[in-house]
Design a protein around this ligand. Structure first.
Ligand code: NAD
Length: 340
C-alpha cells in the first residue's frame, strides 16, 4: 500500500482516477493545484502531476519517500531527471494519449489563422459587416513542413493529406513506409524544410538539442510570410526571434498553444511573481514577450490546452492509473528514459 498524491486534479481527473484506483489498497489524496512549497506532501511515495507542477531538485528533496512520479503528460521536461535517476525515483509518462487530439488542435489554429476567424467572429458579434477585410488563403496546394513526424506529427500528416496539401517532414528517424502511404516527402536537412514550407508545425519533444530550434538563424531561412504553429513545447521557439520575425513580416502568423514563459499567461501568476519580486530578468522578458505576442493580430496564443478533450483526458487517466498500479507489482510500463 502506497501513499499517492495527485496534483493538478480537476473534477474529471478525480472521478476517473478514483474509479481506477478503487480496487487497490493504496491511499490517495487529490490536490487541485500544481505542486508548490505550500502543498508538498513530505510523506508521499507516489505523486502524479501535470506539466505546471515543476518537480525541481528543491521540491523533490522534500519528498524523501518518493518512489514514483507518474506524470499525466507525454512531455517530462518539468521533472528534474538528473535528480530522479540519481535518487532511484522512477518516472512514467503517457506516451500516446493525444496524437489525433493535438494534431486536430494544430489545424484548428491553422484554420483560425488562414481564415482570420478571431477578428471575423469578433466583428460579426459587434455587428460590423466588413467581409472584405478577412481575405484568407486556401490550404489546398500549400506546403506544410512537419518537424518531428512522431505520433502527433503523423496525425498532422494525415489531416494535411486529406486537405490535399503537400507535406514535407524532418525527423531523426524517418519511417519511409508511412511517408510512401501518405505522400510525405522526408527532407534530409532541416534547412530544406524551412525554405520550402508555407506552414511549419512543430512536433518534437523539448530536449537540449531542440531548445530554441526556431531562432533568428532558422527564421531567416524560412519563406516570407510563413505561418508557424507550435503545439509541442514553448521553449522550442525563441520568443525574441519570433517577435522580430513577426514584426518584420518574415513570419506571417503564429498559432501558439505552447509558448516560452507560458506560466505568465496567468495574470494571477504574473501579479504574484511581481508582488513577491521574484521575477528574474529572463522571466521578466518572457512575461513581456508573452503579453506582446498575445495582442498581435496575426498571432493566436492559447494556454497549453491542445490535449484537452474528454476522450484524451480519459486515456491519460487510464494509462496513469495503470502506470501507478503496475509499479507496485514491480512493472514500469511507460518508464521515461532521459534523452539528450
Ligand atoms: P513522439 O515521441 O511520438 O514524436 C516526436 C518525434 O520527434 C519523434 O519521431 C522523434 O524522432 C522526433 N525528434 C526528436 N528530436 C528531433 C529533432 N531534433 N529533430 C527532428 N525530429 C526530432 O511525440 P508526440 O506524441 O508526437 O508528441 C510530441 C510533443 O508534443 C511531445 O514531446 C510534447 O512535448 C508535445 N505535446 C503537447 C501537447 C499539448 O497539449 N500542447 C500534448 C501532448 C504532447
Amino acid at each position: 500500500m502506497a501513499k499517492i498524491v495527485i496534483y493538478n486534479a480537476t473534477e474529471v481527473d478525480k472521478q476517473q482516477i478514483s474509479q481506477g484506483l478503487a480496487s487497490t489498497d493504496h491511499y490517495w489524496e487529490f490536490c487541485d493545484q500544481p505542486v508548490s512549497p505550500d502543498n508538498i506532501h513530505h510523506d508521499a511515495e507516489v505523486v502524479s502531476v501535470f506539466i505546471s507542477s515543476k518537480l525541481t531538485a528543491d521540491v523533490l528533496r522534500q519528498m524523501p519517500n518518493l518512489k514514483l512520479i507518474a506524470t499525466r503528460s507525454t512531455g517530462f521536461d518539468h521533472i528534474d531527471l538528473d535528480y530522479t535517476s540519481a535518487h532511484g525515483i522512477a518516472v512514467t509518462n503517457v506516451p500516446t494519449y493525444g496524437e489525433n487530439t493535438v494534431a486536430e488542435y494544430a489545424f484548428a489554429l491553422l484554420f483560425s489563422l488562414s481564415r482570420h476567424m478571431t477578428p471575423a467572429i469578433d466583428a460579426t458579434k459587434r455587428g460590423i459587416y466588413q467581409a472584405r477585410n478577412f481575405v484568407g488563403f486556401d490550404l489546398k496546394g500549400k506546403t506544410i513542413g512537419i518537424i518531428g513526424l512522431g505520433h502527433i506529427g503523423r496525425h498532422s500528416a494525415d489531416i494535411a493529406y486529406g486537405l490535399e496539401m503537400k507535406t514535407l517532414a524532418y525527423d531523426l528517424h524517418p519511417d519511409e513506409q508511412f511517408a510512401k502511404e501518405r505522400n510525405v516527402e522526408y527532407v534530409a536537412e532541416l534547412d530544406d524544410l524551412l525554405a520550402r514550407s508555407d506552414i511549419i508545425t512543430l512536433h518534437t519533444p523539448l530536449l537540449p538539442s531542440t531548445k530554441h530550434m526556431i531562432n533568428d538563424q532558422t527564421i531567416a531561412k524560412m519563406k516570407d510570410g510563413v505561418i508557424l504553429l507550435n503545439t509541442a513545447r514553448g521553449e522550442l521557439v525563441n520568443n525574441s526571434a519570433l517577435l522580430r520575425g513577426l514584426k518584420s513580416g518574415k513570419i506571417g502568423g503564429a498559432g501558439l498553444d505552447t509558448i516560452e514563459g507560458e506560466r505568465f499567461l496567468s495574470g494571477d501568476h504574473l501579479a504574484t511573481s511581481l508582488i513577491k519580486d521574484n521575477v528574474g530578468d529572463e522571466a521578466y522578458r518572457h512575461a513581456c514577450e508573452v503579453r506582446i505576442l498575445q495582442h498581435m493580430p496575426n498571432v493566436i496564443v492559447t494556454e497549453h490546452c491542445a490535449y484537452d478533450t474528454y476522450e484524451a483526458i480519459a486515456r491519460i487517466n487510464a494509462t496513469t492509473v495503470e502506470n501507478m498500479v503496475q509499479f507496485w507489482y514491480g512493472q514500469t510500463p511507460n518508464l521515461v528514459q532521459p534523452k539528450s
